[in-house]
Design a protein around this ligand. Sequence first.
Ligand SMILES: NC(=O)c1ccc[n+]([C@@H]2O[C@H](COP(=O)([O-])OP(=O)(O)OC[C@H]3O[C@@H](n4cnc5c(N)ncnc54)[C@H](O)[C@@H]3O)[C@@H](O)[C@H]2O)c1
Length: 306
Amino acid sequence: MKNILITGGAGYKGVLLADELLRLGHKVTILDNFMYGYDSILHLIQNPNLSIKKVDIRNLKEDDVSGFGIIYHLAGISGMPACANNPHSAESINVESVRLLVSLMSADQLLINASTTSMYGFSNTICHEESIIEPVSIYGKTKLVSENIVQSRANSISLRFATVFGISPKMRHDLMVNDFAYKAIVDRSLILFAGDTKRTFIHINDAIRAYIFAMDNSDVMKGGIYNVGSNDMNLSKKEIASSIAKYAKFELIESTLPDYDKRNFEISFNKINKIGFTTKYTLDDGILDLIKVYSYYIQYIPYKII
Ligand SMILES: NC(=O)c1ccc[n+]([C@@H]2O[C@H](COP(=O)([O-])OP(=O)(O)OC[C@H]3O[C@@H](n4cnc5c(N)ncnc54)[C@H](O)[C@@H]3O)[C@@H](O)[C@H]2O)c1
């Protein structure tokens, strides 16, 4: 049994990671400021191996991090729009708090960091871990700086995740596949800007498998940075929309206006594949789950008439 801390453990990925680590018999502490509420973790409360710390990572103290063999760092302002709307929080939470976290950790504690392929920004070649990176968003920039801070210590692993899709007790409707599925089902129309631009995607179950894989293979992986996803899931926005269209009837409008989001890249996942990690879940697996949920769920957005 390992003693594990998850910062951001009440979030979209964090709560499923906590769930899986508890299922595997580990002792888990969720540290979160619960800015999105408490509901996502209520189903875990009865597990005696779960502890909870309501802490803002900007105010971390040594006590909050000591005693844990492994720290998964997921807390942050996650995603391009959230960071663009809160640039100061993005800087203080995504960068300065990571500096603080690293300064409080001892050398024997393993740090597994939630990094992102979003930092690859705009590229005409297939990106790999050693590619020169020029992020095009505040999100990508802050995550790159924080990754450098994390990797300045030897006992760290950074996982650069593809954009995640699928269902979690703490939903994120803003992620591209989730957002497109929502618009297809609820709005019955989807406007595509820059439909040929490409990004890379991963099912949430595979993202959780990758976190566990990093813990189990830390001897090989520590000191390293790994893209996490699948070479088969470098997909354009049009391809995502077509996959949803196999299961749902909606109007697809292809706009000739440019997208505010300039990200466009293809990624190689060969490095993590070579040490034995491959994804198991398909885009269609995620889309079918999303359609199930969005067939009955409508977000409450004030002033939006539906
Ligand atoms: N979801 C993706 O597609 C994706 C892809 C690549 C990387 N990531 C990274 O994975 C991590 C988790 O992403 P997610 O999708 O679960 O996001 P999320 O927003 O659902 O979860 C983030 C969690 O961090 C917590 N948090 C935010 N600020 C905090 C603070 N100051 N103190 C304490 N807790 C705080 C939030 O309450 C939330 O529970 C993030 O670091 C994100 O950058 C996500």
